[in-house]
Ligand binder design. Structure first.
Ligand SMILES: [Ca+2]
Length: 422
């Protein structure tokens, strides 16, 4: 495999503001902030440490696959944004379980719009005994509609689901288009269960709603941390008056979350607005520093300054505004100050990954690539390996399967298996 190595410095030197395609946002094309040429990337001289990957296409012809999750026996659940939840069992038989017409259980309240629909899926840590899976879905049961986290029980033969329980019902949804994009935009949508805590982390989006990310009473632009019944988890450290389910606030549109294999700390992977995709280690009660409200004297259409400037000096609204939030959580990586539509992420775990064991794999949508982020020993710099022998596709989901391979869902409708060669 040909790999490109880049040595990029971390915090403090990554703030060049660069215009790029607004990857993954869809909808309209908002105005771009002023441009500045990024510093050149420095190639690393050592190409010897990367594993060779073998790619196979597990599924093709899917309709906007969004996420994947595996049962312990290897059955693979997957979502399609406008169809719902399906499963591919270990014999390779695929069944539609839950969602739109044609599923074993049709959810009449389920619909899709823009970037919203059936998004994340996660398997309960005790799936072998309780058969629970969780999906993040758009529902008309609320008025206006909302994003929900729904728990389902899967039968032993993977033919149907039952015992639907809506454990979170009030995640905001952008019900109408505005100057910045169509309905359904910025819904977040990832669900992951923490391997040590047994708690669910749920990522949400800002809906192109200026006040939402910093509003501690509403669940958009947040990372939530809840029990498997949807109750606020102990230790969230939400500020006074905040919804206790909020783990971190001040986010734009988080579509990736992963847990460090050594420490268990959650890392968010967040899509930037035209600059600065961000990978951020999260702290309970932390603020991500995204605040697209107009500051005094500034006017933005629909009071949302996410794509232009919320400041009187005209600088683009920062993904982490340290002037307004000096204690904001610092990003670990900012894609060299660019936004190329970072979406999913997962840590690679196991010796089969050789030098990539413990690294963070991130999927870039507009950039159509898979990057492997490797922190050096002092944590000050990150090696970025771009996997270059896979097709250039928008990567929507990254999940390591029980066989140790990395599974990838693409916006082109495929699910791949990437296996390190031994
Ligand atoms: Ca941030």
């Amino acid at each position: 495999m040909r790999c490109e190595y880049f040595l990029r410095s971390l915090i403090g030197s990554v703030c060049a503001l660069v215009v790029s395609a607004c990857g993954g946002d869809g909808g309209s094309s908002p105005p771009s902030p002023p441009t500045q040429t990024p510093p050149p990337l420095q190639p690393s001289p050592d190409p010897q440490v990367t594993p060779q990957l073998q790619r196979s296409v597990v599924m093709a012809g899917l309709q906007s696959p969004w996420d994947l999750a595996f049962a312990p026996d290897g059955a693979m659940f997957f979502t399609e944004k406008c169809r719902g939840l399906s499963v591919r069992d270990v014999n390779g038989t695929t069944r539609r379980l839950f969602g739109s017409s044609g599923a074993a259980v049709v959810a009449s309240d389920f619909f899709c719009q823009g970037q919203s629909g059936m998004l994340g899926v996660a398997v309960d840590p005790e799936f072998a005994t309780n058969r629970f899976v969780y999906v993040y879905m758009l529902s008309s049961l609320s008025s206006p509609p909302s994003n929900r986290v729904v728990r389902l029980r899967v039968d032993v033969n993977y033919t149907t689901v039952g015992d639907r329980t809506d454990i979170i019902t009030d995640i905001p949804y952008k019900a109408a288009g505005n100057a910045w994009g169509g309905a359904g935009a910025h819904s977040g949508g990832r669900i992951r269960s923490h391997p040590g805590e047994g708690l669910l982390y749920v990522t949400t989006g800002d809906n192109h709603d200026g006040p939402l990310p910093q509003d501690p009473t509403r669940l958009g632009g947040k990372v939530l941390r809840v029990t498997r019944d949807g109750a606020a988890a102990a230790g969230n450290n939400a500020p006074p008056g905040a919804d206790a389910r909020i783990f971190t606030l001040g986010h734009r549109n988080v579509q990736g979350i992963a847990f460090h294999p050594g420490t268990g700390q959650p890392f968010s992977c967040e899509h930037g607005p035209g600059h600065s995709d961000e990978v951020t280690p999260l702290l309970a009660g932390g603020n991500g520093g995204w605040d697209p409200r107009p500051e005094q004297g500034v006017t933005c259409a629909d009071d949302y300054c996410g794509y232009i400037s919320n400041k009187s000096d005209g600088t683009p609204t920062p993904m982490t505004d340290l002037d307004k939030f000096p204690n904001a959580m610092r990003p670990w990586w900012t894609n060299n100050g660019r936004s190329e539509g970072m979406g999913p992420c997962t840590f690679l775990i196991g010796t089969q990954w050789s030098a990539w064991d413990g690294t963070l794999a991130v999927g870039i949508m507009a950039g159509r690539r898979l990057d492997i982020l490797q922190m050096d020993n002092d944590g000050a710099t990150i090696l970025v390996h771009t996997v270059s022998d896979i097709p250039a596709e928008r990567l929507r989901s990254l999940v390591q399967g029980p066989d140790g391979s990395l599974y990838v869902a693409t916006d082109g409708g495929e699910i791949w298996r990437l296996t390190p060669r031994t």
